[in-house]
Design a protein around this ligand. Sequence first.
Ligand code: PEP
Length: 255
Amino acid sequence: MSRKNIIAANWKMNMTPTETAAFLDPFLTTFSDAVDCDIVIAPSFVSLAKASEEITPNPAVSLSAQNMSHEASGAFTGETSAAMLLDLGCEYVILGHSERRSLYNECDSVINKKVHATLAAGMKPILCIGESLEEREGGKLESVLTSQLEGSLADVSADQMANVVIAYEPVWAIGTGVTATSGQAQETQKFVRSVLEKLFGADVAGATRIQYGGSVKPGNAGELIAQPDIDGFLVGGAALDPTSFAEIVKAGIAG
Ligand code: PEP
């Protein structure tokens, strides 16, 4: 089954609105026409409006938020709703990133509510899952990933899965400079697809895009994207530089 690659930049708590414009000006010139790869930029909340202004006329590049409240509106100081993100032109929302799970105690049941709120609003979740080094070395890789998928995707229908992207991000590879080998990433992503098959059937599993994330750089993107179960990347550090992110996107277009 052919799946369109999707390469997303997770800028985390970096890039002011001014820096966002300085990044996107040259970057959008490089990718001004539609390409056979989805390109996604996920700035911080305060830079979404500036990024939206810059991106809107561009057919190749979409906007994502890095998080979202599952509540629709009301007394939730500091939170951001689906309606607010839609109004800014967001198409995607990154949910369940390991930093949200570990630093802000987000658990699968809360992430599941966010997944449902994102889908109900007509946006697409990029659902992050991944194991710690301790879990991998302790033989818990498969049980951790299975329970993250079952919990975060509870009551999501097979039809809704057409709008869900999974990002497999081994926690030990995020921001560490240590990348999973292409063999490790492929083997694990194949396992993730097998869990999706059990949950949603073979057609959904074959159609779902599964990104790899964890110290992706221009130098390793080509080998990773050549793996049959890797359908793109979620990129942190290397996405802060327009030239290096453009190189990774080019690997996604070629792959
Ligand atoms: C991430 O934040 O999702 C990520 C993969 O970061 P990095 O590319 O810096 O490892």
